[in-house]
Design a protein around this ligand. Structure first.
Ligand SMILES: [Zn+2]
Length: 99
């Protein structure tokens, strides 16, 4: 059975979180003309692009490549099937629940 890599999902979550945090710090500074705003906003965009590309390229269904696996930090109780080929989507630290 093919598996997805948990570390990829975690990196995706971290990048998305970093993107949101840098966007928040940009708006907390409040001054659109400041270098801080430009820098924070740039970091936000870069992190968002990296998180998105990680999601699109590394967390697809390993069988058909159409469906996308849910991004989860820890093994979830509910296991998800690919909408494209209905194979079970599992991370490398999960085991199939059904017999
Ligand atoms: Zn599939």
């Amino acid at each position: 059975m093919k598996r997805l890599e948990r570390k990829r999902a975690r990196r995706c979550i971290l990048l998305a979180a970093a993107s949101v945090l840098s966007l928040m710090s940009a708006f907390i500074s409040g001054d659109i003309s400041s270098l801080w705003f430009a820098g924070s906003f740039g970091v936000c965009v870069v992190c968002a692009i990296l998180a998105g590309s990680e999601r699109m390229s590394e967390l697809r269904c390993p069988y058909c490549g159409k469906g996308m696996a849910p991004v989860r930090w820890k093994p979830g109780r509910q296991q998800v099937r690919c909408p494209g080929c209905s194979q079970l989507l599992l991370y490398d630290d999960e085991e199939p629940a059904e017999k």
